[in-house]
Write a protein that binds this ligand. Structure first.
Ligand SMILES: [Zn+2]
Length: 92
């Protein structure tokens, strides 16, 4: 079983390994929960933690992130705008 980051599309073939590397199953965008999973690189680049230890999308990125649903749907062309930015972070 493999999992895929809902932002950059990075795949990890072991959920356990992913967790060890800092992936999280969900994040908060404002007051709403957004299901992931999300990789450590994206978390580092785009999120901050709140008082409960949850990852919250930074204010400046709200409404600008396109989440992959992992269901194999075609990517919306609008998603491509974010790709360059996110991949840059994730290659670090
Ligand atoms: Zn990612």
């Amino acid at each position: 079983m493999s999992i895929r980051c809902a932002i950059c599309g990075l795949e990890m073939n072991s959920p356990e390994k992913a967790i060890l590397e800092g992936w999280v199953p969900y994040v908060m965008e404002g007051d709403s929960e957004q299901e992931g999973p999300f990789c450590a690189s994206c978390l580092d680049a785009l999120f901050e933690t709140n008082e409960y230890g949850e990852f919250v999308l930074m204010e400046k990125y709200r409404g600008k992130i396109s989440y992959l649903d992992g269901g194999g749907d075609e990517m919306d062309p609008d998603d491509l705008d974010m790709d360059g930015i996110v991949l840059e972070y994730c290659e670090n």
